[in-house]
Ligand binder design. Structure first.
Ligand SMILES: [Zn+2]
Length: 381
């Protein structure tokens, strides 16, 4: 066992790790670990390693630790030995039947509170929408995490956390912009010192499961001319008719968090001529009867930085799967054009004529990872 790694982070948008009655009174470590695993799998696949689909319970796909094969493979390096024993790269770290997770994660709430009082969701309903999006309160504040385990396991999770601070998040509902967080410089340095990442190596064909090679990360930074820029954003301005919810949104904006993602998704989804309703559902998700398809394009909330500028970070996961293949190049081309289109961001965010600067960055998933990996002094790869 290595020395535990303790770090503090600050949530930028509400954190959601599951809870009863729409409230979140405790941090459920399982919710944090589930999100770490999802991103880790995408990373492993993107880097050429293997990750099974743990949501697929057919024995063919889920990993099972075979102790006999493990003994037989005693001479091999640990990763190859565990492969021989039936564990993919993700299960080697996160555990599988017969093999425990290589680290423990303790999470403690520090100073913080529910993102808004009560347990009622805030409904963001852009014009022309009948239902819109429902935001659960979640929790915002300071979170203390402790990683306990073998040095290599701590190193892998530390590297992942550095990546997620820039491009992802923690906990559930990340497709609604939840779980974004910030580490101060001291905490970043502490993670950097411990971070390490074994490159899986090799090349696996891309499949229908999340793979960092199929991700595009985007970030928009802007300086609005007016502090109240957000009050007229579609889906938000309609909340003014509900005073309690409006007060909650106003308080969030004062804290530097604005859920602009409903307006962005609405603009991208309904403001464009997509080739078919199926492609539209493939990109932006659908919930109808038994059909539940998650959105693949996930803008985060607008978050205010210490220097007063605002940032929106998000990602699009666009796999070449059975549904997308016939239209893939056209659809992905159109989506990336939209993500890079200044005028669309400005009009959707109500910044036309009221912005001092606006920069857009698009980054391929592997490039985003490599940029983080280069910063790690521990020598990732
Ligand atoms: Zn596995």
């Amino acid at each position: 066992m290595a020395e535990p790694l303790t770090l503090k982070l600050q949530t930028l948008t509400p954190l959601w790790t599951g809870g009863l009655d729409g409230k979140m009174e405790h941090i459920h470590a399982a919710g944090l670990i589930g999100s770490l695993r999802w991103w880790y799998e995408a990373l492993v696949r993107g880097l050429g390693g293997q990750a099974c689909d743990p949501t697929d319970h057919s024995t063919e796909h889920a990993c099972n630790f075979d102790a006999e094969q493990y003994e037989k493979a005693a001479g091999l390096p640990q990763r190859a030995r565990l492969r021989a024993a039936g564990l993919c790269d993700a299960c080697q770290l996160f555990g599988a039947t017969g093999w425990r997770r290589r680290f423990r994660l303790d999470a403690m709430m520090g100073q913080g509170a529910a993102a808004w009082p009560g347990d009622q969701p805030i409904n963001l309903r852009p014009h022309d929408r009948t239902r819109g999006w429902y935001l659960q309160p979640g929790w915002m504040g300071e979170l203390a995490l402790t990683l306990i385990g073998e040095e290599q396991a701590i190193g892998q999770v530390a590297a992942l956390l550095l990546f997620l601070e820039q491009w992802g998040g923690l906990g559930a509902k990340q497709q609604f912009g939840y779980g974004a967080f910030r580490l101060d410089l001291q905490e970043q340095a502490a993670l950097n010192r411990r971070a390490s990442f074994m490159l899986p190596g090799g090349q696996q064909p891309r499949g229908a499961l999340p793979d960092l090679r199929d991700f595009t990360f985007f970030q928009v930074r802007f300086r609005p001319a007016r502090p109240e820029w957000w009050a007229q954003v579609d889906g938000i301005r309609q909340v003014r008719q509900r005073p309690d919810q409006w007060q909650s949104l106003t308080r969030l904006a004062q804290q530097g968090a604005v859920p602009v993602n409903a307006a962005l998704k609405n603009h991208w989804r309904y403001g464009q001529p997509w080739p078919s309703r199926e492609i539209e559902a493939w990109l932006f998700g659908i919930l109808r009867g038994d059909i539940r398809l998650r959105s693949k394009v996930n803008p985060g909330w607008a978050v205010r930085a210490a220097d007063g500028s605002w940032h929106i970070t998000g990602w699009a996961w666009l796999p070449r799967d059975a549904e997308s293949r016939p239209h893939y190049d056209a659809v992905v081309g159109q989506m990336c054009r939209l993500l890079g289109e200044r005028a669309g961001w400005q009009s959707t965010l109500n910044l036309v004529g009221a912005v001092q600067s606006l920069e857009i960055t698009l980054t391929n998933g592997l490039d985003a990872w490599n940029a983080v990996a280069r910063q790690v002094s521990g020598g990732i790869g």
